[in-house]
Ligand binder design. Structure first.
Ligand SMILES: Cc1cc2nc3c(=O)[nH]c(=O)nc-3n(C[C@H](O)[C@H](O)[C@H](O)COP(=O)(O)O)c2cc1C
Length: 352
């Protein structure tokens, strides 16, 4: 289970290019062997969780980032058999995965992983993916969440130990005699909602244990986190995605970042990413990210911590003190960079 008070996990390791849109030839390949080694290494050093992205298409451009992406239910199932303690999440798209399929699959993983599986729920935002599934879903955020709300109601009923069979008659789903056996092992099945918009955060606070959300500045993070937690009727934890570039010196880290995210930026893929945000009605985020294309290329918009060991540790400590409960970390190279992080920073973070 997620035992540490400040959770540290890896994010987006299951997709080629990870959280970058770069032409750098050393970009993350997300090959099967790399992922197996990474999962074992993360398990051995008692990292808290592995959180994959759900992707069905790619970002085009010269390098097609995310073209090779492992599906997250089957991935968690496989990883549960080669790890012992680490908590696993599957990222589930409300629009493409029916709640009965999700409940059945997560139940199976829950049983075979000895209760080490949770769900990261996403309502989706990608035009090409909606088209792949022939779903006409250019809806506003709030309509997406109405759909998500129905989905979740069904999912929760399917996992309720007191419910045998039920029927459901909603706007989006009609179910006759729905059932799911066996149930997930733990009644307190951990659920994350990944969202950024006001509606998305409201939805997460209403139904989820953890909100996975981005932030823009260390200066305002504490205020934002406190507002989110204080205005929530339920106790909610906050995880933030952060991209970490840590090298022996600050200059080396900055040069590395500049090289892959600016000089080798996959400009077309970055354009596609920003255009997609515009399409999905995330206009404020799109206009912001349009101004900082290097950040899109460098981390898909996540807050980026760049520096030597000391300054990276200080920045992580500031995040911890700002009442963030967990870090979903992305690296340029999950193998090499994670090893460096593990050797030099992880034990120090555990002492916060
Ligand atoms: C940290 C974070 C991680 C996300 N991960 C995924 C993902 O793996 N796959 C995906 O399709 N969407 C992902 N999303 C996007 C959500 O699907 C999308 O944001 C959702 O519809 C919420 O919309 P909102 O941010 O406008 O509230 C992620 C969003 C955030 C903030």
């Amino acid at each position: 289970m997620l035992l540490n008070k400040f959770n540290v996990g890896l994010f987006a390791f299951n997709a080629s290019s990870g959280a970058t849109l770069t032409k750098s030839k050393n970009r993350w390949k997300a090959e099967t062997k790399q992922i197996i080694n990474l999962a074992k290494m993360a398990d051995d050093c008692k990292l808290d969780f592995l959180l994959p992205v759900a992707r069905w298409s790619d970002w085009g451009g010269e390098t097609s980032p995310h073209k090779n992406t492992f599906e997250t239910l089957s991935l968690a199932s496989a990883l549960s058999q080669i790890t012992k303690k680490i908590f696993l999440f599957s990222t589930i798209h409300a629009n493409y995965i029916h709640p009965i399929i999700a409940a059945k699959a997560l139940t199976s993983i829950s049983r075979f992983s000895k209760n080490r599986i949770g769900m990261n729920f996403v309502c989706g935002w990608n035009k090409e993916e909606y088209e792949m599934f022939n779903i006409n879903f250019n809806l506003s955020s709030s309509d997406r969440y109405k759909y998500g709300e129905e989905w979740l109601k069904i999912f929760n009923k399917l996992n309720d130990p007191d419910i045998d069979k039920f029927s459901f008659n909603g706007n989006y789903f009609k179910i006759k005699n729905g059932q799911n056996f066996p149930k997930v092992l733990n009644k307190k099945f951990v659920k994350i909602s990944a969202a950024f918009s006001k509606d998305g955060r409201k939805f997460a606070k209403k139904h989820f244990d953890i909100l996975l959300t981005m932030f823009n500045s260390l200066d305002t993070l504490k205020r934002v986190n406190e507002e989110l937690k204080n205005n929530s009727k339920r106790k909610i934890k906050i995880y933030n995605p952060v991209h970490i570039i840590v090298k022996k010196t600050k200059a080396e880290a900055e040069e590395f970042y500049e090289e892959y995210s600016n000089k080798n930026q996959d400009i077309k893929a970055v354009d596609n990413f920003v255009k997609n945000l515009q399409w999905s009605n995330k206009k404020i985020l799109a206009s912001y990210l349009n101004q900082i294309k290097q950040r899109v290329s460098g981390s898909l918009g996540s807050y980026t911590i760049i520096g030597d060991k000391k300054s990276v540790l200080e920045q992580i400590n500031t995040i911890y003190k700002s009442k963030t409960d967990g870090l979903a970390i992305t690296f340029f190279d999950y193998s090499k960079d994670f090893k460096f992080f593990k050797k030099n920073l992880l034990n120090k973070i555990r002492k916060f």
